[in-house]
Design a protein around this ligand. Structure first.
Ligand code: Z5A
Length: 232
């Protein structure tokens, strides 16, 4: 395997010479370990001298973080599934414009904790928004900014829910966490179906294993798909 020769932090290159960054997304059900694995991967890449921007959805820009609060508090639920999907898309458009595209343009690697596959699953496949509406909103929100690689952390629902509940403690479950187990099961199946449909973009990782083992599997997946040497 050859090392990625691209100097991701080369300040001397002009914008036209600078290679574009890479865009990685993490997906999965609640409690899959996305946030933890995102942070570890970012740290590992930074040790290689790569500029990494860690971000999340919904959110990831000041405007989108405001919309996140509205969505996760359940404040938009009363307006119905279409309005919620539009709000996710509006937040995404701002996130792409303010955070993701500028970072990729300067050659940084962007790692987002959730992106449009979450809308495809939560609002589309397992929600009440028709697929063509989800696709149209996606097109408007992201334009040409699409993930190079998507890491799907797969865990059985009981494991993910137990982890999320343990972490939450006495806090109240959010708008999406509080849904029934069978809804979470169908989301898991929908994520796996997306991965089967786009095998070049997705890496599916068994996230039931201990954190260090899952982190190594993520690292191997990123290195093998994006042509980085595995050893530090
Ligand atoms: N949503 C949507 O509907 N449409 C959209 O377009 C988008 C999102 C973008 C955002 O929730 C919600 O918005 C989400 C979908 C919806 N709803 N749900 N459910 P969020 O951002 O607040 O949370 P989340 O994305 O669902 O993630 P999470 O539940 O916070 O979990 P996580 O990031 O995957 O896992 P974690 O925080 O890294 O780990 C959870 C706990 O497990 C923690 O205590 C860890 O220490 C522990 N953990 C992690 N890995 C392991 C392993 N390997 N073994 C044991 N324990 C572990």
């Amino acid at each position: 395997m050859t090392a990625d020769p691209r100097p991701a932090t080369d300040e001397t290159a002009t914008p036209a010479q600078r290679p574009p960054g890479r865009f990685l997304t993490f997906e999965g059900g609640e409690g899959a370990g996305k946030s933890s694995r995102v942070a570890e991967l970012a740290e590992r890449l930074r040790r290689r001298g790569v500029e990494v921007v860690v971000t999340r959805e919904p959110g990831g820009s000041p405007g989108a973080e405001v919309v996140r609060h509205v969505l996760l508090s359940g404040g938009a639920e009363a307006f119905g599934p279409l309005a919620e999907a539009i709000l996710f898309a509006a937040a995404r458009a701002d996130h792409v414009d303010q955070t993701i595209r500028p970072a990729l343009t300067r050659g940084a690697w962007v790692i987002s904790d959730r992106f449009y596959d979450s809308t495809r699953v939560y609002q589309g496949a397992t929600g009440d928004v028709p697929g063509d509406t989800v696709a149209a909103l996606e097109e408007i929100a992201v334009d040409d900014v699409r993930p190079d690689l998507t890491i799907l952390l797969d865990v059985p629902v009981e494991i993910g829910m137990a982890r999320a509940a343990a972490r939450r403690g006495a806090d109240v479950a959010d708008r999406f966490e509080k849904e029934e187990k069978n809804v979470h099961e169908s989301r898991r199946r929908a994520f796996l179906a997306l991965a089967r449909a786009e095998p070049k973009r997705f890496v599916v990782i068994d996230a039931t294993r201990d954190p260090a083992t899952v982190a190594d599997a993520v690292w191997y997946g990123v290195c093998s798909r994006l042509g980085l040497p595995e050893k530090d």
